[in-house]
Design a protein around this ligand. Sequence first.
Ligand SMILES: Cc1cc2nc3c(=O)[nH]c(=O)nc-3n(C[C@H](O)[C@H](O)[C@H](O)COP(=O)(O)OP(=O)(O)OC[C@H]3O[C@@H](n4cnc5c(N)ncnc54)[C@H](O)[C@@H]3O)c2cc1C
Length: 415
Amino acid sequence: MARNVLVIGAGIVGLALAFRLRQEGAEVAIVDPEPPGEGGASFGNAGAISSSSVAPLAMPGTLKQVPRMLLDPAAPLHVPASYWLRAAPWLLRFVASARPDSVARAAAAIDALQRLATEQHLELAREIGAPELIQPRGNLYLYRGAEQVKKDQAAWDLRRDYGARVEVLDRAGITGLEPEVGPAYQVGVFLPDHAHCASPHRYAQAVAEAFRRAGGEVRRDRIRALTLADGRVTGAQGEARQHPADEVVVAAGAWSARLLAPLGYRIPLETQRGYHVNLPGAGIAISRPVVPADRKVFITPMEGGLRVAGTVEFGGLERPPNEARAKLLYGDLAAVFPQARTEGAEGFWMGHRPCLPDSVPVVGPSQRLQGLWFAFGHGHLGLTGSAPTARMLAPAILGKPTNHDFAPYAAERFG
Ligand SMILES: Cc1cc2nc3c(=O)[nH]c(=O)nc-3n(C[C@H](O)[C@H](O)[C@H](O)COP(=O)(O)OP(=O)(O)OC[C@H]3O[C@@H](n4cnc5c(N)ncnc54)[C@H](O)[C@@H]3O)c2cc1C
């Protein structure tokens, strides 16, 4: 049994894991320079719990999309010219990940991790005393017509192969669920087993509070380096202090690869920058996330109003947000809800999705260094994958028997 565990990064992945470790009896501290849930993507994501989203981002046909990604600043996924060189190695791996064997491997790994995500989030929300935060009302994808659905057919088939309930709806079916959806969208795909979080920020805070109440320690510090002795990790050196620990978990989202580089890890972790805007007075009532599939944007009912979140932009961790990119969200909203009001919109927010080229997160033990564990790289599905990652990883860290195979999630798969 581990005496004490240090979790680096208080996003939803680190928090869910820290809470679970504490529940299972470990001494746990979580460390982040920012308050829990405020330093990264977990603050402002779209809130969808997408348990059946097993299709990786790179699918057969991805190569054809690359020219538009590179050249069209309004494409759902855009790489600005000034970032082409930096992004090239990652993009090459991404395109290679679209091979059928690689897609099959990724889908199996994603499914094994998150197929019970809805149930596991409902359970976590109950445990932390905030059951209202997880709403099991499904997600609704929208298409302009049957032709457009065909473009995503491979991804829908893959979900079905893994047992997902996928219900195709006509226009009456769409308005039966969400009466306010505008006439541009004629075909719907309803995923009844998905859910959403009514406030990702409050969720992270509530997990942190429950963790504290259970005796966990939340520390404010920025980790500079992991510390080693005799081939094992012994803790981490922060700006403010040393953090000794028996077991160290790197759960620092898009910043994780930087912490691991001095240990010889070359992990192709790239941020895919996304944006949101909150509309407290949109005048639209919806019950679940609505996703116009052509625009890769989620429109989610949240505690503070409607949230429009999405778009994918390369550009690294340091560049300032690109307001032109964020403003595209208004067009996305108007396409689905032409009647939506945007007055009173809160300022744009940008977050860093921690993305690996094969869409499979890095979860499990280091194969080289004792005492080192990974929980990062959940990309577009990190809220979804957080509670499942905690369930999968906590027993292993504590040396308890577990039947999970961590090989598909290994950091070492990148060489
Ligand atoms: C616009 C947008 C919409 C999204 N929508 C969804 C969705 O609907 N559903 C879904 O499942 N996912 C969604 N995601 C993805 C999801 O938000 C992320 O995958 C998830 O939040 C990642 O969580 P994390 O805890 O790994 O990282 P983060 O939340 O980014 O947290 C990492 C933490 O590490 C800390 N850190 C960094 N460096 C250090 C250091 N040196 N020392 C200590 N701490 C450090 C940071 O301060 C930060 O708090 C979306 C993302 C975006 C941007």
